[in-house]
Ligand binder design. Structure first.
Ligand code: EPZ
Length: 420
């Protein structure tokens, strides 16, 4: 199993290019199941989760060609089966978003229930409620969701009980081929939803309201092929900004989009970072200073993203002062706290949703273990600051969501090595 060896104590400094967004690429790849013509998608990040989605498309019978620049061409003209097996869905929850497109185009689909995962129970009740409202008959048998519909799905008014990114994506894709108009209320407003809606529109879908909490979709009979480029990864962007800030460093991130990161940039400025935006470039400079402790509370977009909570918490661990970190999206997303404390941090988990972080002057290296994707990077942030060499085990979690992590960190001057 791969591990990362990080010797801390250097200020990150340098420039790097941000990859395409994982959480956009995954539903966009799933959406290619809606058409029988080729779709060509650029700026796809080279990540394990993307490979899993490509494997799933291949297993369903789609033809997938990937070129050396990670431009992916998918042709889902004839599918051999409409079943997404447990072996693939269990390794990546995002596979569940093939349900909507398969059902809308073929009138039937069988997708394994994703089950719980380290960060929380993560049910799919809202996805199923939405598809039922569109006229699907759904049963759960032997761990699989079996959905079918006679003829086409029918447009409907759907109000989610809570904001769900995957649920909004599944219903949005299904509604594109439904008969009549679908109105999704309490929809997720995440930039990845907007990116997916733009991709669907490029295939001929009629969608309005993406980026707001009410999305309307006027169903069409058929969609067509297109070429599209995935948006920059806002979580990768925010993660490297936080890593640089925690080390007192200075970075220039290219090919990104500051407009998708306002809540994070505001909190970085509050921590004392000098942040400048120029078109697709974000520059951050801490001028060698230690960050100030800042409270954060996660919320659906445009609030502070849960996917950057762990990394920000790691920065707070070495900041001046005390802060409160509140997690409102997932019920078990503080697993990194124990590990960061192993490096000498002073963090108390007060309740399932609140951690009190008392900033310490320095951290000391120790062996630690990654528990989930973003939590893993919080350990990287802590290790970059710690005195000595930290060994981070189970970094397969990091490889699911961060492209060429050690190369990118080395570009910023970090002392990082991958070992087996
Ligand atoms: C997406 O997950 C992201 N994944 C997650 O990123 C991200 O943390 C999350 O949205 C929240 O922003 C992808 O885009 C592939 P949700 P998703 O449905 O869609 C509850 C990362 O690190 N819920 O918005 O699965 C659920 O349990 C990953 O890149 C229900 O109760 O998240 C959670 O508490 C991790 N019923 C909350 O809603 C449902 O039917 C938000 O989940 C659906 C969700």
């Amino acid at each position: 199993m791969d591990k990362l060896l990080i010797t801390g104590g250097r200020c990150l400094s340098g420039s790097l290019r941000i990859s395409g967004a994982k959480n956009s690429a995954l539903p966009i790849l799933a959406a290619t199941l809606l058409i029988d013509e080729p779709a060509i998608i650029g700026n796809i990040p080279h990540l394990h989760d993307v490979t899993t989605m490509i494997e799933l498309l291949g297993c369903l019978g789609a033809q997938v060609v990937v070129d050396e620049k990670m431009r992916v061409e998918v042709t889902a003209a004839h599918l051999g089966q409409l079943k997404a097996p447990y072996e693939l869905v269990k390794t990546m929850r995002a596979s569940f978003v093939v349900l909507g497109p398969l059902l809308a185009r073929f009138g039937a689909a069988e997708v394994s229930l994703p089950g719980g995962c380290a960060i929380g129970a993560r049910p799919v009740d809202q996805h199923l409620k939405g598809l039922e409202a569109l006229g699907a008959e759904i049963e759960v048998v032997d761990g699989y969701v079996r959905a079918k519909v006679d003829g086409r799905l029918r447009g409907a008014d759907i109000a989610f009980d809570l904001v769900t990114v995957g649920g909004t994506e599944n219903i949005l894709m299904a509604a594109c081929l439904a008969e009549g108009t679908t109105r999704i209320s309490n929809a997720a407003r995440e930039p990845e939803i907007v990116d997916l809606a733009n991709f669907l529109s490029a295939m001929g879908a009629r969608i309005s309201g993406q980026g707001t909490s009410v999305i309307e979709v006027e169903g069409v009979q058929r969609l067509h092929g297109c070429e599209y480029s995935v948006m920059p990864d806002r979580v990768e962007t925010g993660t490297y900004l936080i890593a640089a800030a925690a080390t007192g460093g200075r970075v220039k991130l290219q090919q990104t989009d500051a407009s998708t990161l306002e809540a994070v940039l505001e909190k970085l400025r509050a921590a004392g970072a000098d942040v400048r935006v120029d078109g697709a470039v974000i520059e951050l400079d801490m001028h060698g200073r230690r960050p100030k402790a800042v409270d954060i509370e996660t919320a659906p977009y445009p609030g502070f993203p849960t996917d950057m909570q762990a990394q920000y918490l790691a920065m707070n661990a070495v900041a001046i002062g005390e802060s409160r970190v509140t997690e409102t999206i997932f019920e078990n997303r503080f697993m990194h706290v124990q590990e960061i404390n192993r490096l000498g941090a002073d963090i108390d988990i007060q309740s399932a949703s609140t951690a009190i972080v008392r900033g310490v002057d320095s951290l000391k290296a120790a062996p630690v273990m990654a528990t989930d994707l973003r939590a893993s990077f919080s350990l990287v942030v802590a290790a970059l600051v710690a005195e000595g060499t930290t060994l981070i085990d189970r970094i397969y979690h990091i490889d699911r969501g961060y492209e060429t992590i050690e190369e990118k960190l080395q570009l910023l001057g970090a002392d990082v090595q991958r070992v087996r």
